[in-house]
Design a protein around this ligand. Structure first.
Ligand code: ARG
Length: 416
């Protein structure tokens, strides 16, 4: 009798390769692997072949780069979503898409279960499981690494017994995840937050000492808050990100050293490399400084934080996200123009910005001739602006000829 099927998120690494026979034995299921290209720089066809050699009954490989950028990366950028103000969320953005595509494959192949290689300590298991549970509550979720209590040696033994090839080169001491929006590195020598990350932890970016001595200027064009061109040429999303990763990496831009608060309650030290993400967030925010009103910018900071949290916490497929996204979409409708960015030795600094919707008015701002600002109006404005504070001081703070105490700074003894 034919066995039921499981769709396994398959990277081609040791863990997920060992899972193919293991799930077959332990759960009596036929394994169909799923691998997608999110711009991690690996050959998914080769990975698919490895899956079949490892005993998968079927293997699906999909190029999801455009979906990823258009539907996940750009909304996060438009929202200004940086987790704890630092992490551009590359890994966190990839998970809900992979899980959604796995659900589609499960339906197509009539599978009864889905499986992934996440540990029981990280955020990624939350993102996968929450997405599965939201989109397809009927599917059983299998997470072998959460179950098996193997040491590395035991795992390698099991691999050998099942004819799974183990890479000859020594495994990286780090746990790495990457896609087109960034590279996440944890564990190994990074676990002491006092220690500077070793140079070898970085693969996409030059150390400042190895960067070119001359700055490079680039111009990024945005429309509706989305990047659409580089240095005067319109570009599609994927090549644009690839190009920015390459130029930014050359100038050492995009290294992030972050002690972050995981959803599961622990602090974790992680290093990120995200040249394109860092450049784009900077450029985007600076363009917004021209195109958004003061209130819109203030309010947007709250939205950015909520947006980052919901991405980080695996709640992409929520009504709250839909609501926030509608705000972002509307909020970005005038974010159109160009930011000029100077790249030099690890830094991406926006040194110029312009927009046809700019709210900046030189006639109002200038200290030179041509000033149109109404200086007389300022006087009356200030009288009313300060009125309530003045009233309160008279009635409460300056009573009985007392001076104005700066709360907490001077004790009454000091005043004698
Ligand atoms: N800490 C990041 C996050 O939760 C990245 C985790 C990625 N995994 C890794 N093996 N480095 O989004």
């Amino acid at each position: 009798m034919a066995r039921d099927r499981v769709i396994l998120a398959y990277s081609g690494g040791l863990d997920t390769s060992v899972m193919v026979p293991w799930i077959g034995e332990k759960y009596n299921l036929d394994v169909v692997t799923f691998t997608c290209d999110l711009g991690q720089g690996e050959d998914i066809e080769k990975i698919k072949q490895k899956a079949l050699k490892t005993g998968a009954v079927d293997a699906v490989a999909l190029d999801a780069r455009n979906l990823f950028v258009d539907l996940f990366v750009w909304p996060a950028l438009m929202a200004g979503a940086l987790y704890e103000g630092k992490y551009p969320l590359a890994t966190a953005l990839g998970r809900p898409l992979i899980a959604k595509l796995m659900v589609d494959v499960a339906r197509e192949k009539g599978a009864k279960a889905v499986a992934h290689g996440c540990t029981g300590k990280g955020n990624d298991q939350v993102r996968f499981d929450c997405t599965f549970q939201t989109l397809a509550p009927d599917l059983q979720i299998i997470a072998p690494v959460r179950e098996w209590k193997w040491t590395r040696d035991e795992e390698i033994k099991y691999a050998a017994k099942n004819n799974i090839q183990v890479e000859a080169k020594a495994e990286s001491p780090y746990s790495v995840d990457q896609n087109i929006f960034g590279r996440s590195v944890e564990a190994g020598l990074l676990e002491d937050p006092w220690d500077e990350p070793p140079e070898e932890a970085y693969q996409w970016t030059n150390a400042a000492a190895k960067c070119p001595n001359d700055p490079e200027y680039i111009e990024i064009e945005f429309e509706h808050g989305r990047p659409i061109g580089l240095n005067g040429t319109k570009m599609d999303a994927v090549p644009l990100l690839e190009k920015l990763n390459q130029i930014g990496g050359k100038h050492g831009v995009g290294r992030i050293d972050h002690v972050e608060n995981r959803l599961v309650g622990i602090k974790s030290r992680e290093v990120y490399e995200a040249p394109a993400a860092v450049i784009l967030h900077e450029a985007h925010r600076e363009l917004e400084s021209l195109c958004l009103s003061r209130q819109a910018m203030r309010f947007k900071t709250l939205v950015s934080q909520e947006y980052a949290d919901l991405i980080y916490n695996g709640l992409w497929f929520s009504a709250f996200h839909q609501d926030l996204f509608q705000f972002v979409l509307s909020n970005q409708r005038f974010v159109k123009g160009i930011a000029r960015v100077k790249l030099l030795k690890g830094r991406a600094a926006v040194v110029g910005r312009k927009s046809e919707y700019s709210l900046y008015s030189k006639k109002l701002a200038t200290y030179e001739t041509g000033d149109m600002f109404d200086h007389d109006a300022a006087k009356g404005f200030i009288r009313l602006h300060g009125l309530s504070q003045q009233t309160q001081a008279q009635r409460q703070l300056l009573k009985d000829g007392r001076g104005f105490d700066l709360p907490g700074l001077l004790s009454s003894d000091d005043k004698k």
